[in-house]
Design a protein. Sequence first.
Length: 433
Amino acid sequence: MVEITGVEKGSPAEKAGIAAGDRLVSIGGKTIADVLDYRFYMCEKNLTLTLRRGEEEFSVKIKKGEYDDIGLDFATYLMDEKRRCANNCIFCFIDQNPCGMRESIYFKDDDSRLSFLQGNYITLTNLGEKDIKRIIDMKMSPVNISVHTMNPELRVKMLRNKNAGKVLSYLKTLDDGGINMNCQIVLCKGINDGAELDRSMRELAEYPHIHSASIVPSGLTCHREGLYPLKLFSPEEAGAVIDQVESFAAECEKKRGEKIFYCGDELYIRAGRELHSGEYYGDYTQIDNGVGMITSTREEYLEALEFCDENPPAAEISMATGVAAYGLIRFLADETMKKFPQIIIHVYKTINHFFGESVTVAGLVTGKDLCEQVSGKPLGNRLLISEHMLRHGGDLFLCGMSIDELAEKLGVHITTCPDDGYEILERVIGNIK
């Protein structure tokens, strides 16, 4: 039973007389406990909702389009609390945050519902057989799973959870139930690489419903006091991992018609290797894990630039990014200035002092580092940064500085950019400010 906090005007729920404060008990006789129950059972055209108003229980009938929303709002997106992570992973990035940041940054979620609804990766360690059955019954596909290793004993060591090994059996249950899966392996030097990585890829490839798996290096900050001693991959070691993964991926493509295994962009950058073209990444299933993101952005931007028939006014702007994406942004800026010489673009590489220089992704660049490193430099009338530097849907950097505060300190208007190359160009030429 979940309390309703609002009813959309003109919705089927409002027409049926449902009001804020009512509690939703069931839909079609099925008890509603969270957002998955709600979304799954509201799909039919003809529904009977049981609700409670005060101590009185009553029912209403609703007719609507198939899959249309009823029009109810709840206190939280999940209609329930997020499930906390039950692990203490040796590579956990959240444990490597400095002290004194906002409380929400330290929250570790491991929620299967968010895997289905938002694409989050889960470890399966806080799920029971009932949860797995629910995933199969509701056809919650695909599910994104942080595997890390297929060696049960090693997985217990890496996740520091006694159940981490035995829950690997859920992969077969989900596969048998027709649930598609995307997997992730956070690679830790000397732990789950080498022969262990070979084993993991070989065993994962045996499941027909596992369609992709990313191999990404563990991120290490300068705030690792008292944590498990992990080391970065050298350029030569990163190159060896790429060769190992690409070799096995080629075998998979011959046998199954799909590569399955992909290395994150960060490994290519660390190894000094060229990234693949877009064709290599197919439908970019693992893009949110940093697999093919640079290629996708580059190809989208160049296509948008090629077909841009506008003649934008003269302008001087600037773009700031992290070390990993600097080469991409520099290249895109140069290509833009070739086509539109009236636009001057300054590009600045931002070293991450907040988390440490080994952290190179743009999404972890802070307002403090931006302020210190681009202050006093030519910025033009707009500074473009990645939207991932800010809290999702908000205006705060990880350091706590707001985008308005940074703009005031630098004396320039700041525009945020998504990863989409078409939209970046719109912001560069001034169509979106």
